[in-house]
Design a protein around this ligand. Structure first.
Ligand code: DQA
Length: 165
């Protein structure tokens, strides 16, 4: 069941097979579990004004529903896993997000098979952080906090009362 997120929430969405992190191809994805990554994300937001929602869905429809539920969040971090490379439906859902969307990957898809080089969701995203294992999530949270809290990047956003995208 997707969790509805509001403007004081940073939503972290995870796609298929990420529930098996820790045992899934550890030589590529590392030994941290998704629970470890969630705990690290919660710790990173301690002392900030933001709360965290953290979800994982194996089904494309469930992940689309989760992206819809997160559309009012201050920021959305998404590791869409395999759907990164295939899902127009997920792109369409992410295009409704009111805050910035940050694409996250544990591995560096550009250093892997060619079918992973294309991200279908990239055009809905402010940017992408990939290749740093669990640290990718922490770096993406830093970016999200800077975007929603701090000075704007390349002059976009807050000075017109707009939320950054
Ligand atoms: C991934 C990269 C994708 O290509 C792959 O399908 C995944 C995980 C990553 O975090 O490195 O499932 O998103």
């Amino acid at each position: 069941m997707p969790i509805a997120s509001d403007e004081r929430t940073i939503a972290v969405l995870n796609g298929p097979n990420l529930n098996l992190l820790g045992t899934r191809q550890p030589e590529i994805y590392g030994s941290e579990t998704l629970a470890d990554i969630e705990a690290m994300c919660r710790k990173r937001l301690e002392g900030t004004e933001f709360s965290l929602t953290f979800e994982q869905h194996n089904g494309e429809g469930e992940l689309v529903a989760a992206a819809q539920g997160a559309r009012r969040a201050a920021a959305v971090l998404i590791n869409a896993a395999g759907y990164t490379h295939t899902s127009v439906a997920l792109l369409d859902a992410l295009l409704m997000a009111e805050g910035p969307v940050i694409e996250v990957h544990l591995s560096n898809p550009h250093a892997r098979e060619s079918f992973r080089h294309r991200s279908v969701i990239a055009s809905a995203c402010k940017g992408s952080i990939a290749g740093f294992g669990g640290l990718s999530y922490s770096l993406a949270l830093d970016a999200a906090l800077a975007l929603v809290d701090g000075p704007t990047i390349s002059g976009e956003g807050k000075e017109n009362g707009e939320r950054p995208r």
